[in-house]
Design a protein around this ligand. Structure first.
Ligand code: EPU
Length: 421
């Protein structure tokens, strides 16, 4: 198992390139099950979750290769429609194979994803919508067994905007008979990218990028290639690293408009932001460091996946702030760990009430989930002395060797092997 040793205090400086978006790639990869052929996904991040998805797809018969951030997926010889517990337990996004397998093969058996580090994350919306498309769904021994001779179009209105349910139903609907209308569809950039990818395979989708999607089913899809968007959460995390260390950094990434909510809040906090062609600059050398409240929400609001990092940032701001998560009620495992570093944060309901402190002080802390780990790295970079962050396998699920990017920017951070369990 690896840990990070961070010696805080270095002001970050320089330029780094943001990797491809994990959550977008995790939808694009299972989408290839809808066709038969070789699909190339460029700008795929080399992170644990992508490897898990490759292994799951291999289990289904997909031949996969990962070379220089290009994943090639050959879907010509699918041999199984069963997604076993072994893979699904590692990553909830595995449930994305349900829609494509069911619509293409009329059968899918997918392990139920369990709870996750910060509470239950149901998939009822996925299953109810699949039923509306004509699937018979049974839950048996921890597995979802979905069957249908041929899915048919339907009118679906999601009570809650869900990235995963929208993606799954979209993938099922593109090969269903007739038209499907999805209301209150998620409009996260990862869903827009998935929709565009499906269209490049031959799918017929109207309303892309809006909450109303209209899908006209087609008989078959062909293979396609795509260049993945940049990871907006990695981008935001790096920018906060620059701000917390009062640095001056630039990040290279595409679709900068996906960062608007994060950039606006950074500006409110006193950081200077400049935006160029695929480049975002942050100058925090004279940061006033104002405490700024944040409420997470569905896109284009501030993302829940940046909540922990913003909480770490606000822990050293002048004054008090409240960070409220409206997407997940109990995603606050980072709070006690940040407090071990000297932060003054109270978790009340779905909010973190933060009283800014002048300094954080290095300590040993524990990663509990992906974004919580990122918040600890940020705090460690700004803390006085040495911070050890244990169990960074959580971080490796979604950040491509973040320590290398931070080192490029001048951080003192090392990955070290440890015996700890
Ligand atoms: N929800 C339901 N029922 C469902 C599905 C969702 O009640 O059937 C609720 C969830 O409990 C949550 C809300 O709807 O309160 C939104 O969840 P959503 O379905 O949008 O989340 P997801 O698709 O499971 C993706 C990302 C998450 C990110 C959320 C929200 C992927 C692989 N994961 O999850 O990313 O937090 O959208 O933006 O795309 C991360 O990267 O750290 C991460 C957790």
């Amino acid at each position: 198992m690896d840990k990070f040793i961070v010696k805080g205090g270095n002001k970050l400086k320089g330029k780094v390139r943001v990797s491809g978006a994990k959550n977008s790639a995790l939808a694009l990869m299972p989408a290839t099950l809808l066709n038969s052929g070789i699909n190339r996904l460029e700008n795929t991040p080399e992170v644990r979750d992508i490897i898990t998805m490759m292994r799951l797809l291999s289990e289904l018969g997909v031949e996969s290769k990962f070379d220089d951030h290009i994943v090639s997926l050959d879907t010509s010889n699918i041999t199984s429609q069963v997604a076993p517990y072994e893979h699904v337990k590692k990553m909830r996004a595995s449930v994305y194979v349900l829609g494509p397998l069911l619509t293409r093969y009329g059968y899918a058996k997918v392990s139920m994803p369990g709870g996750c580090a910060w509470g239950p994350r149901p998939i009822n919306l996925h299953l109810e919508a699949m039923k509306k498309l004509g699937a018979e769904i049974e839950l048996d021994s921890g597995y979802i067994i979905a069957k249908s001779k041929k899915l048919h179009g339907a009118r679906i209105s999601f009570d809650i905007s869900s990235v995963g349910a929208t993606g799954n139903i979209l993938m099922a609907a593109v090969l269903a008979k007739g038209s499907t209308h999805i209301s209150n569809a998620a409009i996260e950039p990862e869903i827009t990218q998935l929709s565009n990818y499906l269209v490049s395979m031959g799918a017929r989708i109207n309303g892309i990028g809006t909450q109303e999607l209209e899908v006209e089913g087609v008989d078959e899809l062909h293979s396609a290639d795509i260049i993945n968007i940049s990871d907006r959460i990695e981008a935001g995390t790096l920018l906060i690293a620059g701000a917390m260390t009062r640095g001056q950094i630039q990040i290279e990434c595409n679709q900068i408009e996906n960062l608007n909510a994060i950039l606006a809040k950074l500006e409110d906090s006193g950081a200077k932001i400049s935006v160029g062609n695929n480049l975002v600059g942050l100058d925090a050398s004279n940061l006033d460091y104002t405490a700024i409240d944040v409420t997470t929400g569905i896109f284009p609001a501030f993302p829940t996946d940046m909540q922990a990092q913003w909480t770490a940032y606000m822990s050293m701001a002048k004054g008090s702030s409240t960070v409220t998560d409206t997407i997940y009620n109990d995603r606050f495992k980072h709070v006690p760990e940040l407090n071990r570093l000297g932060a003054n944060i109270e978790n009340v309901g779905n909010s973190a009430i933060i009283t800014g402190v002048e300094r954080l002080k290095g300590a040993i802390v524990m990663s509990t989930d992906l974004r919580a780990s990122a918040s600890l790295v940020l705090a460690g970079l700004a803390a006085e002395g040495t911070t050890e962050i244990l169990r960074i396998y959580h971080l490796d699920r979604g950040y491509q060797r973040i320590e290398e990017k931070l080192k490029e920017l001048g951080a003192d951070i090392e990955r070290v092997k440890t015996e700890e369990f």
